[in-house]
Design a protein around this ligand. Sequence first.
Ligand SMILES: *[C@@H]1O[C@H](CO)[C@@H](O)[C@H](O)[C@H]1NC(C)=O
Length: 626
Amino acid sequence: MATKMRPSLNLAIGCCLLLTSAVWSSPTGAPLSTCNTLMPMHNKAPQTSNPPYQLLPSKGQGRIRLILGSPEGDGYEGFIILARDVETGELVGEFNNLPETSARHLECTPGLKNGVTHVKPEKIHNLEIDWEAPADYEGTIIFNSTICKTWDVFWVGVESPRITVVKRSIDIHSTPPTITFPRVTTPPYYTPTTEIVNTDDDNVFYDGCGATKNCFGTPNACVEQKNCAAAVSVLVKGEQYIFEMQSRNSKYVAVGLSADNKMGDDSVVECINNDNQVSLHMSWNDGKKNIRIPTLPGAIESISSSVQDGIMTCKFFRNKLTVVQGQQFDLVNTPYHLLIAIGSGLKEKSVGYHDIARASSGETRLLSDVSEGLVASSELLVRIHGALMLASWIGTASVGILLARYYRQTWVASQLCGKDQWFAWHRFFMFLTWSMTIGAFVVIFVELESWSSATYHASIGLATTILSFIQPFMAAMRPHPGAPRRILFNWVHWFIGNAAHICGIIAIFFAVRLTKAKLPEWVDWILVAYVVFHVLTHLFLTFAGCASDKQGSQRVNSFPMKDVHARNSMTHPDARRDAPHSGLRKLVFGVYFVVIAVFALALIVIAVLAPIGDSWNAFTDSFKNY
Ligand SMILES: *[C@@H]1O[C@H](CO)[C@@H](O)[C@H](O)[C@H]1NC(C)=O
């Protein structure tokens, strides 16, 4: 991947600015070396006194919350913070949850958010950011920083206490920070707080799941692993229904009671995190739209709520009998599907789109029935849609287009059902493409029941479907070979077919970004590999075609839009001969066919088994830092 060049911020003055711009404007290795020394290029010597600042880590689940502050209350205008493995000296992990107005990522390793710096030369007093260890990382780290009080007063190498990271638990040691830069004054200024104990396993939320209460969460199987991004539990004590919801790093968590496993006519209760103040609201799913409704008297009653280390928990009673928007919700006698959703944004009078995660339980259940855990619905139709679209646009369309473009003068000696081989097979593959696309299109409408929010995926997918839909009708009306309008037809047919193919591939790229598809980001790379392979094959065959034309007596391949067979279709098939290099072309086709089949199958498996992202992301993340 190319180094991402950030436009250096237009900060002409201020501490550390030169460092920032030096990092990002230097075309070659500079970023790494600057990240290495932590030295701002201010032509000034750093302070040798003890810094009036401290980096205070506190433990969260798999994360560390880091506070850069000053016990003296001194502000600072600039800073750089990195996390280093003490043993190897390598940068580890990534920073997130940066306050936009005061901090931004510094990609010491391009593509990795492994550094943090300020955004403007304005005094900051308290900065809170999160640091996340790579999955499976084990080791000891130190946060190392340079902090600039002003442009010429700065401290280099301000370190945090040591932090031991073992899988799924983080300990902060009370060893005093060693400040490595020469210092005159003696006692370490900052003695860190005592060890913070590992609380990973005592998330009480999950206690009793499947035994005394019903629990449901996303991603799949997270309740057993106690690591849900969002989860709800319902405890029934006599006549009391106690709901508890928990979510990680979200602005809200919402739980709906639904007669089916889709949005629409559901009574929803959501907990909203407004600057760490949790509030409880009721809302209604009007179709795919969630609308806030006034909390009905006696319907819900908050018990407790909290936000800690990005984990929001809220607990409330829900009346066993409520009438919401004219519909009765009877928790005692009616089984329900549970819907859960979390998102990163809020609207003025409702929650934002559930962009982080959503799930619905696969079966209805009386909330008091705790016989077995609730399992998410499989979203079978979404998977079928994905599989069909991948099979048609990665698979059959690619092969069919290749045949029509380069294989008109190959396998000419034999015919299939009275048609040239290339034509018979082109028609076969395109027919498959057409049927699968229409099928996938119908299936997704059955699932969504409406033209849902106009995402890029939906719009481009619609364009793909329309283009491919008209293609066979146009082909059926084509003029005879040799007719004057035939070349025009060939070009239009070529253009629409290729446009549909390109739209189809772009729509697949956008599908990777849909929450519903639950696809891991690295699927992008498989798609990129497919595109590269496809384009290279086309280039190769185009050049091979030119070479073949030069050698052959007929100039046939260079302009496939002319119907070459118009001339010799009168002759008996046996008398016709392939254009030169047909052996090579056949070989290329064989390889292309197999590779495309592998691409299509791999992608279909990923799409059907999704979400497999979590384990794979962890797996691939573990390589990033080595
Ligand atoms: C922190 O940074 C300073 C200055 O670059 C360096 O001398 C020191 O060794 C670093 N500390 C660690 C633990 O990497």
